[in-house]
Ligand binder design. Structure first.
Ligand code: UDP
Ligand code: MG
Length: 355
């Protein structure tokens, strides 16, 4: 058994007769397997992956069985219109360790992962694609890295098997940018194969298409992130859900992520700063024009500079007001949900007052 397996298994000590049954249980209607002592949860989103499901399940199960850890697989059917759900249900009936969530419609990969995180019970959560582009054989190495103390271990598809022009190169540029802007340095943000400590996976709230930024989004909690090279294959069957357009959207998301990381609790600092610059410039221009008018007697009524000065002052005031509105929204955001502006790692001698 490899080191990851032994150590994680150690963390799940006391798994007694109530442990998840190792043999498939083809009886429908049984109570769910006990979930409190799982070591590992694997979350996988599926959108129209009918043809990939059985091969994916077999490949993953071989690896998980070898690990010899109590585990569960949480498959999320993201509103597929083919036989994806039917395949998953068949597998679930034969193996209760495979659990299935089915969305009412296609909500996207980010929502699918969020839903998975909300339902897992393992100490460690691994995510991967359902099209077998990721290799389950890499999972033990991810776990070994988590065991070293990292909170997130991200796969790096060193030899990525996607279209070069529309996918690989745009994504390289996007990765470099994300790394620069967020300060979380990874080569490959887009790799779905990742492992998380479950409190990290459960602690992040994901919107839009932000699953690609999870390591950056999670960095607000102060997470230790590692990256390891992983295998990558061409899609087994079906077609990719994404193209070049995605890279453009990634750039827009990046602006949002950066804002949230730096200014969520202090919007006045960024908007107020922009407002002061704009308003300050406008005021200087105005003073200059006033000097021309009053002391040199020049006519300034038709000068474009006058309009620019007025515009800059107006924009400056608007920025500052926007910052104040942001401050109000921030308070609403935190207080309505009883959210904290901090995340606690451990408590010694103190009890949590969180509900
Ligand atoms: N996926 C999903 N919902 C979507 C799009 C994709 O659940 O709206 C799943 C898809 O089934 C696959 C994974 O997310 O398991 C990655 O998608 P895809 O393979 O299309 O992306 P690529 O590997 O081409 O980046
Ligand atoms: Mg894929």
């Amino acid at each position: 058994m490899n080191p990851a397996a032994s150590s994680l298994a150690g963390g799940a000590e006391g798994v007694g007769p109530e442990a998840p049954p190792l043999a498939p249980q083809p009886v429908p209607g049984l109570p769910p397997v006990p979930i409190a002592k799982l070591a590992l949860s694997v979350v996988v989103p599926f959108y129209n992956e009918e043809a990939n499901i059985v091969p994916w399940y077999q490949a993953l199960t071989v690896v998980l069985t070898e690990l010899a850890l109590p585990y569960e697989i949480v498959a999320v059917d993201d509103g597929s219109r083919d036989g994806t759900f039917a395949r998953l249900r068949e597998l679930h009936l034969a193996d209760r360790r495979l659990k299935v969530l089915r969305f009412r419609r296609n909500f996207g990969q980010t929502a699918a992962l969020s839903a998975g995180f909300d339902h897992v019970s393992g100490e460690v959560v691994v995510t991967m694609d359902g099209d077998l582009q990721n290799h389950p054989e890499d999972i033990p190495r991810l776990l070994a890295k988590i065991d070293e103390g990292y909170d997130i271990v991200s796969g790096w598809r060193v030899k990525r098997q996607d279209a070069q022009l529309t996918r690989v190169w745009p994504s390289r540029i996007a990765n470099a940018l994300v790394s620069l802007v967020t300060g979380v340095h990874l080569h490959d943000y887009g790799c779905s194969l990742k492992a998380y400590r479950s409190e990290v996976a459960k602690g992040i709230r994901l919107y839009g298409d932000l699953h690609r930024f999870i390591p950056a989004v999670a960095s607000y909690m102060g997470t230790a992130v590692a990256e390891i090279p992983v295998e990558h294959s061409p899609r087994r069957a079906g077609k990719s859900n994404y193209g070049l357009w995605r890279t453009v959207r990634v750039l827009l998301d990046l602006v949002a992520v950066r804002f949230f990381l730096s200014f969520l609790t202090k919007p006045i600092q960024i908007f107020g700063f922009l407002g002061l610059i704009s308003g300050g410039l406008g005021t200087l221009l105005g003073l200059y024009l006033a000097y021309l008018k009053i002391f040199l007697g020049e006519s300034i009524g038709s000068r474009p500079l006058l309009f620019l000065a007025g515009l800059l002052i107006l924009v400056g005031v608007q920025f500052i007001v926007l910052g104040l509105l942001g401050e109000v929204l921030t308070r609403v955001y935190y207080e309505v949900q009883g959210k904290r502006t901090y995340v606690i790692r451990e408590r010694l001698g103190l009890v949590s007052d969180e509900t």
